[in-house]
Design a protein around this ligand. Structure first.
Ligand SMILES: CC(C)(COP(=O)(O)OP(=O)(O)OC[C@H]1O[C@@H](n2cnc3c(N)ncnc32)[C@H](O)[C@@H]1OP(=O)(O)O)[C@@H](O)C(=O)NCCC(=O)NCCS
Length: 151
């Protein structure tokens, strides 16, 4: 588990595209686009965010971004290569993110996820997060579920 460098950006963008393509059809086009940033767009979104990557034999299998927002830790862009799922890749990413949050003196970690990304609910509950509510039709008509874990 390492922080990403600029050299990793093309591989991360390609991973995010495969993750978006693996979603069942029906994702609003604006969201499908947001989940597939190009390298320049991703670079501009990196400001103030620490990204970790999980690698196996040099290949990036998953990523997560951590930022301190309003004095606590927000996780974003949590994604694992479709064919590497259920092998604890996201678990390793979450452990790294929670360690980072503790070192950053964040009292909580929170995540906002599209309700249709149902796998993330199972993952986060497995790691002690609780569901804090739903923002209805919040992102281009999609419900967004909030999860939090007090550290
Ligand atoms: C959600 C996601 C990151 C999980 O990654 P993963 O590497 O497969 O997760 P792990 O192997 O670490 O899972 C650990 C535990 O979480 C739970 N879990 C993970 N995926 C699950 C699923 N699809 N359904 C139910 N529970 C799940 C299980 O308890 C699992 O333990 P188990 O395999 O022993 O039963 C991955 O499915 C993904 O990238 N999904 C698409 C993108 C997404 O939803 N991102 C979140 C938006 S913020």
């Amino acid at each position: 588990m390492e922080r990403i460098t600029h050299a990793d950006i093309p591989a991360i963008c390609a991973l995010l595209k495969r993750v978006a393509d693996a979603q069942p059809a029906g994702l609003p086009p604006e969201l499908a686009k947001a989940w597939q940033p190009g390298p320049l767009e991703f670079t501009s979104q990196m400001e103030g965010v620490t990204y970790f990557a999980a690698r196996r034999e040099g290949r990036i299998l998953g990523t997560v971004g951590c930022e301190i927002r309003h004095g606590t830790c927000h996780l974003m862009v949590l994604a694992v290569e479709p064919e590497a799922r259920r092998q604890k890749v996201a678990t390793a990413l979450l452990v790294a993110a929670m360690e980072w949050a503790k070192h950053s003196n964040a009292p909580t970690v929170w995540v906002d996820a599209l309700a249709r990304f149902s796998s993330v609910a199972g993952l986060l509950k497995h790691h002690g997060f609780s569901e804090a509510g739903t923002l209805h039709k919040h992102e281009w008509g999609e419900d967004v579920v909030l999860f939090e874990r007090v550290l």
